[in-house]
Design a protein. Structure first.
Length: 279
């Protein structure tokens, strides 16, 4: 299932390497940005759905209190509530499910590239060097099979590391944990989930510390893009909230004077204060 997606991603890698820049590290960064741009509609849809669900949380909690002793009635009222407010509780998860095959295919393409990539950049190690050492040692070592790793292919070098090997200074691991922590802080709205969600970056840090640095270049780039994108989406959601509150205020003041600029500013300040308290 993932192979066709991986092949498409690898053809993009080869195109970028041959036509844009012959640097594998920058190619990974460009590929990550391309993938994130393609997935923007799904990400925005997911964020808006989460924001809408967050807005309805107080009313949902009231329903849960009201029908806490009648689970069946609570389920019926909850579904009716979702229908009335035109909300799909799974809408926030579906975009993420659509994104997962792309991310897994990209992960596989970086971890174990097919001949589409290796025919252009070569293997991760230079076999000729390894074979030469093996042949030279053959006369001095006992007969039998023995393995010698080839020298790292310099075409996979980027900054201070070879992208097929671990980051020797663990700088990318630290950046990955830091950016993931910041992303979690920006996207987590439920205080009960926040403690668990803050542990996740540390767990992923321990897992990723053995990963080839090429995968971490993708991960850090994706996180940084996600942080910038989340800032923009948060601004969009805030503007919509301001418009909605202004609209409600206008309705309540029908036949009276329009809102002054000071009143509008006051509403905006209230929304910002609410956001800060949630953080």
């Amino acid at each position: 299932m993932l192979r066709p997606i991986q092949n498409v991603l690898e053809y993009i890698v080869v195109f970028l390497y041959k036509n844009i820049i012959s640097n594998y590290g920058i190619v990974i960064i460009l590929l990550t940005i391309i993938v994130r741009i393609v997935l923007i509609p799904l990400t925005i849809s997911q964020t808006k759905s989460m924001a809408k669900m967050q807005k309805l949380q107080p009313e949902l909690k009231e329903l849960q209190k009201k029908y806490k002793d009648d689970k069946q009635k609570l389920q019926q009222e909850t579904m009716e509530f979702y229908k009335k407010n035109n909300v799909n509780p799974l809408a926030g998860c579906l975009p993420l499910l659509f994104q997962m095959p792309v991310f897994f295919a990209l992960f596989q393409a970086l971890r174990n590239p097919s001949e589409i990539v290796t025919n252009i950049l070569g293997n991760f190690t230079i076999d000729g060097v390894a074979n030469g050492i093996k042949t030279g040692l053959a006369g001095f070592l006992p007969a039998g099979e023995f393995t010698i790793m080839g020298a790292a292919n310099p075409k996979y070098n980027f900054l201070w590391m070879n992208l097929n090997e671990r980051d020797p200074w663990y700088i990318l691991v630290i950046l990955m944990v830091a950016t993931m922590f910041l992303t979690t802080r920006m996207t987590t709205t439920d205080p009960k989930q926040s403690k668990i969600m803050y542990i996740m970056p540390v767990v992923f840090g321990f897992i990723s510390f053995q990963f080839p640095s090429g995968i971490l270049v993708y991960w850090v780039t994706s996180n940084i893009w996600g942080i910038g994108q989340q800032l923009i989406v948060n601004k969009m959601v805030t503007k919509e909230k301001v418009k909605e509150e202004l609209s409600q205020k206008d309705k309540s003041l029908k036949g009276e004077q329009e809102l002054s600029e000071e009143e509008k500013k006051l509403i905006r300040r209230k929304i910002k204060k609410k956001k800060k308290k949630k953080k």
